[in-house]
Design a protein around this ligand. Structure first.
Ligand code: ITT
Length: 198
């Protein structure tokens, strides 16, 4: 069985390869389908956006597709950046621009009011099937970036129960405890059932 990852984000591809590594399926990426360009998301929820990506890729490739829509919800900011996490600092922004913007918005906010959660919605779309799973991790936002691993907002996020940020934790640990790991561990059970019933 082949499954195509419906993401243009190479950092997500690397994490998903590690998280899905023990599945008995061939994982393909959009590198193998260069004619599939940017997929316009624009949905109001993580699920809507993940479905758009997986449906578009499954339709174009005629293969089952897995998508991930994810983001950071900061309680002090009424759950922003949320679904706008990737372009929080504006069109064409970098991870560093987003990190700077978030720190600026939380300037002077004390540690006890810096709560946040990472959310990931995973979606599998294939012939006659659409499945969705969610992963959430609660944590807090630091006052300055810490660590060099990972991507996106990782240098700012300390998961509950840890003292290090996602970017300071080894990738094996992040990929065991993260919002993405939680959503895709559930999705792996669903995929394994599909593989078993073929
Ligand atoms: P695709 O749509 O092509 O998958 P994307 O990066 O645009 O790539 P999203 O729309 O799901 O993906 O946006 C997710 C953003 O949320 C991502 O760009 C990061 O800024 C942030 N993010 C998601 N997961 C993260 C993680 O594990 N660590 C740090 N930041 C993360």
């Amino acid at each position: 069985m082949k499954i195509v990852l419906a993401t243009h984000n190479r950092d997500k591809v690397a994490e998903l390869r590690e998280i899905l590594g023990d599945l008995p399926v061939d994982i393909l990426t959009l590198d193998e389908f260069p004619s599939i360009g940017e997929i316009v998301e624009g949905g109001l929820t993580f699920e809507e956006n993940a479905l758009k990506k997986a449906r578009a890729v499954s339709r174009a490739t005629k293969l089952p597709s897995l998508a991930d829509d994810s983001g950071l919800e900061v309680y002090y900011l009424k759950n922003r950046p949320g679904v706008h996490s990737s372009r929080y600092a504006g069109p064409g922004c970098t991870y560093a621009d987003n990190v700077r913007k978030l720190l600026q918005e939380l300037k002077g906010v004390p540690p006890r009011r810096r709560g946040a959660r990472f959310r990931c919605t995973a979606v599998l779309v294939g012939p006659g099937c659409e499945e969705t799973t969610d992963g959430l991790v609660e944590g807090t936002i630091t006052e300055e970036p810490r660590g060099t691993d990972g991507f996106g907002y990782d240098p700012l996020f300390i998961p509950a129960g840890y003292t290090q940020t996602y970017a300071e934790l080894a990738s094996e640990i992040k990929n065991r405890i993260s919002h993405r790991a939680r959503a895709f561990e559930k999705m792996k059970e669903i995929i394994a059932r599909h593989v078993g019933s073929r």
